[in-house]
Each structure stands twice: as structure tokens, then as C-alpha cells.
Design a protein around this ligand. Structure first.
Ligand SMILES: Cc1cc2nc3c(=O)[nH]c(=O)nc-3n(C[C@H](O)[C@H](O)[C@H](O)COP(=O)(O)OP(=O)(O)OC[C@H]3O[C@@H](n4cnc5c(N)ncnc54)[C@H](O)[C@@H]3O)c2cc1C
Length: 375
């Protein structure tokens, strides 16, 4: 079969790209090694934080504001609840790069952000204990994305617009010519005019077929749900949060629909081969102790572990994304290396990839995410 575009990896970014391409009238084939949304890549665990005043740098703000609009459009088009406005509380020392960048991003883009002293934070959310030398910034408009629901929504809409999805099919080979690509799985061989590679933790394995190796490291990550007092931590009262502490960078979610408080550690983690089975949550001593030590200090009323899971980040050396055309092929677009903070952007990144292939130009500035920064 011949298509306009083949997407290798129909996860967070790829499924969104497939939808925007199909909606623009392109004949699209989405190929995924699993049946997305699934539990084997980087997009499971029900929820992801979205915040706009961006602690990782103001250069992300235009992309995340575009993403915000697209998440709203997706919710409307699919009639699914994709976003929950819980607000996000960022906490750290006043000289933390993350806190400083959150505040300067808000100032640069006139985003609503309440900068709060420790005492005011504790008064507002009595479930927290915050050292007096910490500061906080609360962004009331931000919140939580239902990540698996979002991928389901993009999948349904992409198929409704005529996209073909080939699940449980791992791409094993690619041949690229000047105006055409040939993609092979164990069962099929297909051609297209253009290609998107959005293969998450497996990106380098796919890109190797296109003579490209990017500085990407798949990393094992853990997160867990803890039983929590609903009166203090339910999502109507309690925000999602990020804490930049001396012990590490932690993030979490209020108890949504009584699921318990969800907590993860953003920094650290062991580099892994995504094709080997990952040690389940709890097999390493630090899986639990990392989280309980944090809770003990800042959430003294949350104790009992309910259950935990593992997931993968794909790290770049500067923890910035890679969103670009292949250096040798202008009909091959690549999105990879989302370094544990990419989901919130995936609507906009999918749209940007679609625009790059259709018109050669994206709606937002992608230069911070160019491949040539590693040269
Ligand atoms: C625990 C955890 C918490 C996170 N929290 C947040 C958060 O709060 N906010 C936020 O914005 N981000 C967060 N992230 C990061 C975010 O989820 C990821 O950046 C994002 O999901 C990456 O999307 P992706 O499309 O690159 O990868 P994926 O969604 O994993 O998609 C890649 C797809 O490629 C497929 N694939 C790979 N190889 C092949 C092949 N050869 N053939 C066919 N298909 C293939 C895979 O099956 C997979 O479906 C978190 C991540 C984790 C793990």
C-alpha cells in the first residue's frame, strides 16, 4: 500500500500527528509495536501535569500555550474529559532555577501566577508542611491531563478521518529514497511520500535504519499512589505539584476520583534497554524509600503505599526535546527525547510535525529543539 505519510510510533506524539495529518486530508498509516494507549512506553499512569509558566525555560511557553488550545479542541471534538483544572503548585528555594524560571516565564507571557510564602501555602493547603525558607508559586489555570484518554481520543478521531492504525506491529526496517520511504514490519511492507519517527524510548533503534544516532538515554522511572485523606487531598481542593528540593525534584497529583495521592521523582533513574523487561516497582529498595522520605517531610499525613508502577523517560543531555527534520531527508520528521516532561506538549508537537511535512513550516518556533545543537 502507498500512503502520504507513515508514522512510526503512535504514542503520545505520533497519535496526535496522525490525527492532524488525517484531518488535513492526508492518507496516513500509523504503526505501533503495541496497541496504544498501552503500558509499555512513556504514556501510561492515567495523568500528566500541564503547567504554562514553565520552570524548564520560557522558550517552551509558546509551544505549551498552543498545546493548551489543542487539548481544549480535542476535548470538544471527542467529547471526552481531557483536562482537569486543579492548578499546579511549584515549591522550592527562592534561588531555585526552576522557581525563578517559572516566575520569569509568567512575567514574560503575562500568565497568572501567585507567588506565596511558606506560611501562606500551609494555611491554604493544611495537608502540607513547608520549611519557612521555601517559596511557592501557584498557577491556578494549569492542572492535569488524562493522558491515556487523550491518546484514545486522538486514535478515535484519526481513524474517523480515515487514518489506518496498525497496532502490535513493530517496524523492523526502513528504506529511504529521495521522495519516498519504504517501511517494513514482520507482516507488511508499505510506501509513503513522507515519514514521522516518534518512537519514544525506541527512537534510536528506529533512527539507526535512517543512519542517524541521537544522544538519547532511556531511563527507568517509578511512581506510586498513596492512600490519602480525601478531605485534604481531593482534586477539588488540592493542586498538582512540583517540588524542587535538595533531595531531588518531585511531582505529584491530588487524589482524583479517590484514587489516592500520586507521587513520582523526576530526577535520577537507571538507564535501561527498552527491549529488556523492566524491574517492576518495588524491586529496588529506593523505589519506595525515595517517595516515602519525601512524603514524610512535606506531606506528613500521607503514609500508606497503595501501589506503584514503572515507566520510561527518554533523556537528552540538556533535557530539551528534539523536534526537527532528519538532517539528510526533508521528508522525514523526528520527535524524540522528551526527557520526562513532554506529554503536555504532545498535542502541539503532533500538530507541528504535521505542519512541517505539509507546508514545510510549523506554527511555533522549533529552533530550541533542533538536532544541530548537538553538533
Ligand atoms: C512516570 C512518568 C511521569 C511523567 N509525567 C509527566 C508530566 O506530568 N507531564 C508531562 O508533560 N510529561 C510527563 N511525562 C513525560 C511524557 O509522558 C513523555 O514525554 C511522553 O509520553 C513521550 O511521548 P512519546 O510519543 O515520545 O513516547 P510514547 O508515548 O511512549 O510513544 C512511543 C511509541 O512508539 C512505539 N514504537 C517504538 N518503537 C517502535 C517500532 N519499531 N515500531 C512501531 N512502534 C514503535 C511505542 O510502542 C510507543 O507507543 C512523564 C513520563 C513518565 C514515564
Amino acid at each position: 500500500m502507498h500512503y502520504d505519510v507513515i508514522v512510526i510510533g503512535a504514542g503520545s506524539v505520533g497519535m496526535a500527528a496522525g490525527y492532524y495529518l488525517a484531518k488535513s486530508g492526508k492518507n496516513v498509516l500509523l504503526i505501533d509495536a503495541f496497541d496504544p494507549p498501552h503500558q509499555s512506553g512513556s504514556h501510561h499512569g492515567e495523568t500528566r501535569i500541564i503547567r504554562y509558566a514553565y520552570g524548564e525555560g520560557a522558550e517552551y511557553v509558546p509551544l505549551v500555550l498552543e498545546a493548551k488550545q489543542l487539548w481544549e479542541d480535542l476535548a470538544e471534538a471527542s467529547d471526552k474529559k481531557i483536562f482537569m483544572q486543579t492548578g499546579v503548585l511549584n515549591v522550592g528555594k527562592p534561588d531555585s532555577d526552576f522557581i525563578r524560571s517559572t516566575i520569569s516565564s509568567a512575567n514574560d507571557y503575562a500568565l497568572p501566577l501567585e507567588v506565596m510564602e511558606a506560611e501562606a501555602i500551609q494555611q491554604r493547603w493544611p495537608g502540607l508542611t513547608i520549611p519557612e525558607y521555601f517559596t511557592g508559586c501557584f498557577e491556578p489555570t494549569s492542572g492535569v491531563l488524562a493522558c491515556e484518554e487523550a491518546i484514545k481520543a486522538y486514535r478515535e478521531l484519526a481513524e474517523r478521518h480515515g487514518a489506518t492504525l496498525l497496532p502490535n506491529s513493530k517496524v523492523s526496517d526502513i528504506e529511504v529514497k529521495e521522495h519516498e520511504v519504504t517501511v517494513k514490519t514482520a507482516e507488511v511492507t508499505c510506501q509513503a511520500n513522507a515519514l514521522i519517527v516518534s518512537a519514544g524510548a525506541w527512537s534510536n533503534e528506529v533512527l539507526e535504519r535512517l543512519d542517524l544516532e541521537l544522544p538519547l538515554t532511556p531511563v527507568r522511572k517509578t511512581f506510586a499512589w498513596f492512600d490519602a485523606d480525601e478531605e485534604q487531598y481531593n482534586h477539588q481542593l488540592f493542586p498538582a505539584f512540583s517540588f524542587d528540593t535538595d533531595a531531588g525534584m518531585y511531582y505529584g497529583f491530588p487524589s482524583i476520583n479517590q484514587a489516592g495521592l500520586k507521587l513520582g521523582r523526576h530526577d535520577g533513574g537507571e538507564s535501561i534497554d527498552p527491549n529488556q523487561s523492566i524491574q517492576p516497582f518495588g524491586e529496588k529498595l529506593e523505589d519506595q524509600t525515595d517517595l516515602t522520605q519525601f512524603l514524610h517531610q512535606y506531606f506528613p499525613n500521607v503514609h500508606e503505599l497503595n501501589y506503584g508502577k514503572t515507566c520510561m523517560y527518554t533523556q537528552t543531555p540538556d533535557e530539551k526535546f528534539i523536534i526537527d527534520l532528519h538532517p539528510s531527508y526533508s521528508h522525514v520528521a523526528i520527535a524524540a527525547g522528551f526527557s520526562g516532561h513532554g506529554f503536555k506538549f504532545s498535542s502541539a508537537v503532533g500538530k507541528a510535525l504535521s505542519d512541517l511535512l505539509i507546508s514545510g513550516k510549523a506554527n511555533v518556533d522549533l529552533s530550541p529543539f533542533a538536532i544541530n545543537r548537538f553538533n
